[in-house]
Design a protein around this ligand. Structure first.
Ligand SMILES: Nc1ncnc2c1ncn2[C@@H]1O[C@H](COP(=O)(O)OP(=O)(O)OP(=O)(O)O)[C@@H](O)[C@H]1O
Ligand SMILES: [Mg+2]
Length: 349
């Protein structure tokens, strides 16, 4: 109520194939207006396995995005996923907030496969009214990985005010655009190297997993099939004609990789079902650039026998068609989900 209004964060999703930036402005109506949405491709050697291998490439691409889009807001929010992120729900004896704050470091040690001094730890109490125990959500992120990602933001002249995790940003993007649903929904963000999975049950997130599978597998399969360079295979995958080759010719290759992706997702969902009280998924909502792989939704639909749709993270976000080309927005929307999920946040929240 008092003090300065909290500042909106610029969502800055540094993925292994592209940097996505989104800036939103909250309206009095409670809706958001789009101020900026932009993408810059990264060369495949810039980020490998989630690690920034060539930070100058990333800084250069990010600086260019900021300059070209004239982004004035200095408050940037980034996001991480993959091996350097551990998310766990743990059960602890009931205790006060102060007791929890004191003991969480020690409790967490048993659940984190890294040296506890090497991670940044965050936690939130999920349910504390269940008698003598309580559920706590534990999020641990490797400090060196955070430092690498915040450092490129600093080098691009901005202030990294928050670091989120892809699965939670994905959920924020979904919640900003879709009504709470009593169903069990698997949000699946399929990028270039990782797929992030977040299962919502009655609107509450109950399962998280990152799986090393994504668009690169499609590109590599096309490369092998047609003996193309990586760049040519990538262009073909995105629908461009490459010499005599067209996307139609590699549909079989795409489908076979989609079968592999589906099998990976099946394993994860089987594990989720085996370890939770929920026995099935009602709906799959895809995001990430690779959500647009031709026929992937159909392959998933067939295997899981559930509704499969592609998330539109701009569904509830207002923009004027003179500022943003709707065709551009629609084409890039799935890949922007994490950036939108970061951009709905405010500094200090
Ligand atoms: N229209 C499309 N059809 C098929 N694939 C696409 C399309 N658009 C983008 N992709 C693929 O999506 C991937 C990029 O998606 P996204 O931007 O979500 O990944 P990322 O965040 O860079 O990667 P990661 O999170 O895995 O590090 C690339 O593999 C790209 O080839
Ligand atoms: Mg990504």
């Amino acid at each position: 109520m008092f003090g300065k209004p909290k500042k909106q964060v610029v969502g800055c999703d540094v993925g292994s194939s592209a940097i996505k930036i989104v800036e939103l402005k909250p309206l009095k109506s409670g809706e958001f207006q789009l101020l900026h949405a932009a993408i810059a491709d990264l060369s495949p050697e810039a980020i490998v396995d989630g690690a920034i291998m060539d930070s100058s490439l990333v800084v250069e691409a990010l600086s260019r995005l900021i300059a070209e889009n004239n982004i004035k807001n200095a408050n940037f929010g980034g996001s991480l996923s993959g091996h350097s992120v551990i998310i766990k729900k743990i059960q602890l004896p009931s205790m006060t907030d102060a007791e929890l704050a004191e003991s969480i470091q020690w409790e967490a040690e048993q659940y984190i496969p890294f040296d506890i001094n090497d991670v940044n730890l965050d936690y939130v109490v999920l349910e504390s009214d269940a008698g003598d125990s309580m559920d706590v959500l534990l999020v641990a992120v490797k400090k060196d990985r955070i430092a690498d990602y915040t450092s490129v933001i600093v080098q691009a002249g901005k202030d990294p005010v928050l670091v989120d995790v892809d699965v939670f940003a994905l959920q924020n993007a979904f919640e900003a655009n879709y009504d709470v649903d009593p169903e069990t929904i698997a949000l699946v963000n399929i990028g270039a190297s990782v797929m992030n999975i977040n299962v919502l049950y009655h609107g509450t997130s109950i399962f998280w997993r990152d799986v090393a599978f994504g668009g690169n597998q499609y590109t590599e399969a096309i490369q092998r099939e047609l003996s193309l360079s990586r760049d040519d295979a990538e262009r073909l995958k995105l629908g461009e004609r490459v010499g005599e080759n067209t996307l139609q010719q590699v549909l079989g290759v795409l489908n076979s990789v989609s079968e592999d992706l589906t099998a990976e997702l099946q394993k994860t969902i089987d594990f989720f079902v085996a370890t939770s009280s929920v026995d099935h998924i009602d709906r799959v909502v895809l995001a990430g650039g690779s959500a647009q792989i031709l026929n992937l939704d159909e392959v998933l639909r067939e295997r899981f026998q559930v509704a499969v749709e592609v998330m539109n993270p701009f569904r509830n976000i207002r923009y004027s068609e003179s500022d943003f080309d709707p065709e551009w927005i629609n084409r890039h929307a799935p890949a922007m989900a994490v950036a939108v999920g970061l951009a709905v946040r405010r500094v200090g929240e």
